[in-house]
Design a protein around this ligand. Sequence first.
Ligand code: NAX
Length: 324
Amino acid sequence: MTAPLRVAVTGAAGNIGYSLLFRLAAGDCYGKNQPIILQLVEIPPAMGTLEGVAMELDDCAFPLLHGIEMADNPGGGFRDANQVFLVGSKPRGPGMERNDLIKENGPIFVGQGKALDGAASDVFIVTVGNPCNTNGWIAMQNASKVPNARFTAMTRLDQNRAMAQLAKKAGVQTTDIENMIVWGNHSSTQFPDFTHATIGGKPAADVLDRDWLEGEFFATVQKRGAAIIKARGSSSAASAASAAVDHMHDAWFGTDGRAVSMCVPSDGSYGVPNDMIFSFPCVCTGQGNYEIVSDVAFGDFGNGKIATTRDELAGEAGLVADLV
Ligand code: NAX
């Protein structure tokens, strides 16, 4: 029998956790032959709720779930973990600006970054809690033993949203959409690059109207999170969990040469400063290894969009300079 993978999830009693944990335990991420031990991490006031979630996990009798451990601190929660989902952080409250959120949540990732030094030597991390690029960067800067390349953040939900919009508009299935990469920050400055996407093997811009792509498509993808909050009364949870599963699944199994959107520390490609956690097209080669696709050619349109989202991330880094 394969040895169990230790999978740590912060914010495990929250909305995303409530969907994510059950997908993980069902084998949707690491495969139907890979047992896991869940290491659930919460803050002390949420431990009661977490007990209830753990009871429900027990009640599913998942064959692959070989253990559930709970911790109210990241030191205990991350010990020996192989895979880590950093989901927990405070949601944006009424009237709160993005910059307030960055300052509010940043300190959480200082302690979590340091605690990741106690994880397994092959630890691989995705940050989901917003602002995810900057939070992941803070954690990376505070971990001294974990290689930078093991820190990633999530734009897969944005990619999935973009693929769904293209498929719907063109009247095809999402499997007909390829190379739909979201670049930059997981925020409204993100760049959903339709210029290199294909629909049924043809450039998206040959299949769909360019005005629609630059107008409604862009706005829909960039503002989808807000639209979900308005419609549902709370933020995307099941779709975010599903995207986190996609992200970690592809990093673990590899993508057979296909590029997917992942926020990873920059290697200087496309004028993005080294180590900025920026969403690039990445080809995953398995066990958390990946390569940034570094030869995508852009004209003024794409270069301008990349510069905007890069500058926003540089501004966020400035706001939390005291935490790294
Ligand atoms: P919830 O408020 O339902 O749950 C968050 C959980 O995190 C709570 O149970 C809370 O107790 C816990 N928590 C807070 N601080 C913690 C800490 N220091 N250590 C451990 N746990 C802690 O939010 P939920 O809907 O689950 O969303 C979680 C995060 O994902 C939010 O920051 C949200 O903005 C972000 N999202 C990111 C997305 C992405 O694509 N990157 C999309 C969905 C979502 O908006």
